[in-house]
Design a protein around this ligand. Structure first.
Ligand code: TXA
Ligand code: MG
Length: 347
C-alpha cells in the first residue's frame, strides 16, 4: 500500500481550506486508516462504526484484539450517538478538560459502534483532542474516529510524523503531518464504572487537576502493583521499550556514572537518559537529554523521541534517571517503568 503523506502547518484555529484535511477525511469515510496529530501523540484513526475499518487498525499495528480503542470526537453532540453519560462527575470533567488530554470510560450504546472498538466490553473510552488538525479532521469525516497511538504495538507512541512513517509506512492509507505533538504522553484514562472515579492510565491531565475538579480520585492498583491485573486491558502489555534493555536508577548522578563505567568495563556500549540539569555529568556512549527536571512537562514532551533515538546507537544497555511521581511525573514514571520492564536499580 502506498501511504499518502500530507503536511499541514496549522497553528491555532484552522481556516476552512486545507484540502489536505478534506482528502484525509475522505479516506476515513472510505473506511481507510489515517494517522493524525493530537496534542498528546499521533493517533491512527478509522471509522469507529465500521468493523472492516477498525480491523485495519489492529492489523497495521499488530495490536492484540482484546485491547479496546479510544473513540475521538470533535463535538459533544457526537457523544450521545454512542455513549451514555451516567455520572455527574463525568460531566464536570468533560466541561473542564475537553478538548484536552483526558479520556473517559462510559457505558456504550448497544450497536452504535463496531464491537471491535470496544473489544466486546459494554463500555467505551472517549476523548475530544485539543488539536486543530485532529478536530477538523474528525469534523470533516463526520463519524466518530477510533484511534490508538499510531505506533507498532510495543514501541513508544509517536510524537512526530517521522515516527509514524518509521513504524507504519506502507501499512496505512495516509498520514497527516502536523508537526511535533505537545504533551508527549498519552491522555489520562478515567473510569466511573465502579462508582468512584479511578485513573486507569496516568497521562496529560494530572491526578491533582482531576481532584481539584471533582474531589478524591483513585489510581488503579493494577498499574502500580506488578502482581495485580490492570483494569484497562492495554495496561498489561509491555510497551515503549527501546531495543537495548533499560533500567531506571534511583540514585545520584555519581552513582549512575559509576554504573555506566562498570558496564563499559565489561565491554558494553551504554546509554543514559538524563535532563538538561545533569547532562554534563555523564560520560557514556550515548547521552540523551529529555527536557528539564524542574519542568516535568518538558520531560513528558520529549520522552518517546528520546526512547526511540537510542535504537540508532547500537547500545547494549541504557540507564534512565528517575523522576518524582507527582503531576505529569506519574505518567512519565509509568511509561519509563514499562520501558524498563520494571527493572529499577536502587543505589
Ligand atoms: O492520548 C491518547 O489517548 C492517544 C491519542 C491518539 O488520542 N491514544 C491512545 O490510545 O493512547 P491507545 O489505544 O494507545 O490506548 C488506549 C488505552 C488502552 O490502555 C486501552 O486498554 C484503554 O485505553 N481502554 C480503551 N477502551 C477502554 C475501556 N472501555 N475500558 C477500559 N480501558 C479502555
Ligand atoms: Mg498506545
Amino acid at each position: 500500500m502506498n501511504t499518502k503523506v500530507w503536511t499541514v502547518d496549522a497553528k491555532g484555529e484552522l481556516s476552512t481550506n486545507y484540502p489536505q484535511i478534506t482528502q484525509a477525511a475522505m479516506l476515513l469515510r472510505d473506511n481507510e486508516t489515517v494517522a493524525f496529530p493530537t496534542e498528546t501523540v499521533y493517533g491512527l484513526g478509522a471509522n469507529a462504526k465500521n468493523t472492516d475499518a477498525v480491523a485495519k487498525i489492529y492489523e497495521a499495528k499488530g495490536r492484540p484484539s482484546d485491547n479496546p480503542l479510544i473513540v475521538h470526537i470533535a463535538d459533544i453532540r457526537q457523544l450521545n450517538e454512542f455513549a451514555e453519560v451516567d455520572s455527574e462527575k463525568a460531566n464536570t470533567l468533560m466541561e473542564r478538560f475537553w478538548p484536552g488530554p483526558l479520556t473517559i470510560v462510559l457505558p456504550c450504546r448497544e450497536g452504535a459502534l463496531s464491537t471491535r472498538v470496544t473489544a466486546g466490553l459494554d463500555t467505551v473510552a472517549v476523548r475530544m483532542p485539543d488539536h486543530p488538525v485532529a478536530l477538523e479532521l474528525i469534523k470533516r469525516a463526520g463519524v466518530p474516529v477510533a484511534a490508538p497511538s499510531a505506533n507498532v504495538s510495543g514501541k513508544p507512541s509517536p510524537t512526530k510524523a517521522e515516527h509514524v512513517v518509521h513504524d507504519l509506512d506502507g501499512r496505512i492509507a495516509g498520514i497527516v503531518d502536523g508537526g511535533p505533538t505537545g504533551v508527549g504522553v498519552e491522555s489520562t484514562v478515567v473510569s466511573f464504572t465502579r462508582g468512584i472515579p479511578v485513573i486507569l492510565r496516568p497521562g496529560g491531565v494530572t491526578k491533582e487537576q482531576l481532584e481539584t475538579a471533582i474531589g478524591p480520585v483513585m489510581i488503579d492498583q493494577g498499574i502500580t502493583d506488578e502482581k495485580k491485573v490492570p483494569l484497562a486491558p492495554g495496561m498489561k502489555y509491555t510497551h515503549y521499550a527501546p531495543e537495548a534493555p533499560l533500567a531506571i536508577v534511583k540514585g545520584s548522578r555519581e552513582d549512575i556514572q559509576r554504573l555506566i563505567e562498570q558496564y563499559q568495563k565489561d565491554g558494553m556500549k551504554v546509554g543514559v537518559l538524563t535532563t538538561e540539569e545533569r547532562a554534563g555529568a555523564y560520560q557514556a556512549d550515548a547521552v540523551r537529554i529529555c527536557g528539564r527536571r524542574d519542568r516535568l512537562e518538558t520531560v513528558a514532551s520529549g520522552l518517546y523521541d528520546v526512547l526511540r533515538s537510542f535504537d540508532d546507537c547500537g547500545l547494549d544497555f541504557i540507564f534512565a534517571e528517575s523522576f518524582p511521581e507527582e503531576g505529569v511525573g506519574r505518567a512519565v514514571m509509568n511509561r519509563l517503568m514499562k520501558a524498563a520492564g520494571h527493572r529499577v536499580i536502587e543505589v
